[in-house]
Design a protein around this ligand. Structure first.
Ligand code: PLP
Length: 350
């Protein structure tokens, strides 16, 4: 049984639960509570299944054109992948090969250390301050690359583009990845900096603000050089990552700008209302700019609330990890879902 010694052993990322039963109020994985743009449905209903015999376009050309038009970038500045998880994993594989540690915050998206371990990339986490803010000087020493989600997850804290730019400018020798999974909910994108910094990669996703987590579309925007290197690695791994339906339905989501803005506006309005109500109940939280709130109650332990909510069919996210084990990450759902949550929280914290 010597083969087992040569297995690549990893501790996998643990995604939020996807409960099988219906009727659950699912506020645990930051999905969008509203459906995708109406054009997405129409396109899916009219999809010609005969075409599935064929391989999809390796460049996802139609989707790439739609994204380029929307973001005012050129095709050579865009990379598309199977969700931003795929884009981020490819980026780790492509850019973090110096042997020096890659830096990211101690409280952040829990996939970063998993990819680093998987690819054998050394990494160092940098402690967020008491307010869960990034200490920018921490990212100005020698390193093998930097990954910063902005807004951060699971805290929701947004850093200014000015602060991020200082970090990028201080690191001309490594690639800086800004993971903007939640930027559409009130953040300012670093996209405007990609012409200025050849080493900046901005990553976004259709999973949250565009209501398409199930379709798996993510993308990166950066200098033509970065994108070329990323594509070389991707094409050495799997050419046909983007399936036909994702490409076509993705186009519909990008081109319906009004629907997109409306959806985001509704979620932001609900988020701000819920913040007020949570405060009144004795919860504290960083001022989230994502589609979620990272909240802690002054008296009742988060773990207890988490378990009690679950019994009642309301799923939120909880991590039994240092510094955040008294917080709940609550996805902003519809107003009706949030009212139900708030009623239950009122009861549990009384
Ligand atoms: C949700 C999320 C992603 C991944 O999203 P995909 O569904 O793979 O596009 C990446 N980064 C952060 C910080 C996220 O919260």
């Amino acid at each position: 049984m010597k083969w087992e010694e040569n297995v690549r052993k990893v501790t996998p990322y643990v995604p939020g639960e996807q409960p099988g039963q219906s009727g659950v109020v699912k506020l645990n994985t930051n999905e969008c509570p509203y459906p995708p743009a109406p054009g997405v449905r129409k396109k899916a209903e009219n999809f010609d299944y005969d075409r599935l015999r064929l391989y999809p376009d390796t460049e996802a050309g139609k989707l790439a054109d739609a994204l380029c038009k929307y973001y005012h970038i050129r095709r050579e500045q865009l990379f598309i992948g199977v969700g931003s998880d795929d884009v981020l994993a490819m980026s780790f594989l492509t850019f973090f090969n110096s042997g020096k540690p890659v830096l990211f915050p101690d409280i952040t998206y829990s996939f970063y250390d998993v990819w680093a371990e998987l690819f054998g990339i050394p990494y160092e986490t940098k402690k967020l301050d008491e307010e869960f803010r990034i200490v920018k000087e921490d990212y100005m020493g020698e390193n093998g690359g930097i990954v910063i989600p902005n807004p951060n997850a699971p805290t929701g804290v947004l850093e200014s583009v000015g602060n991020i730019e200082e970090i990028i400018a201080a690191n001309p020798d490594s690639v800086v990845i800004i993971d903007e999974a939640y930027v559409d909910f009130g953040g300012e994108s670093c996209l405007k900096l990609i012409d200025k910094y050849e080493n900046l990669l901005v990553v976004q996703t259709f999973s949250k603000s565009r209501a398409m987590a199930g379709l798996r579309i993510g993308f990166a925007m950066g200098s033509p050089k970065l994108i070329r290197y990323l594509k070389d690695v991707k094409f050495s791994f799997n050419s046909y990552t983007m399936n036909m339906l994702s490409i076509e339905l993705g186009v519909e989501a990008v081109t319906d700008e009004d629907y997109f803005r409306d959806t985001v506006k509704k979620i932001v309005a609900t988020r701000e209302r819920v913040k007020k109500e949570l405060s009144e109940m004795g919860f504290t939280f960083p001022d989230s700019m994502g589609n979620f709130i990272f909240a802690s109650h002054r008296e009742v332990p988060a773990k207890k609330i988490f378990e009690e909510l679950k019994k009642r069919g309301i799923y939120v996210r909880y991590w039994d990890k240092p510094r955040i084990d008294n917080y709940l990450r609550i996805t902003v759902g519809t107003d009706a879902q949030m009212d139900l949550l708030l009623d239950n929280l009122r009861e549990l914290t009384r």
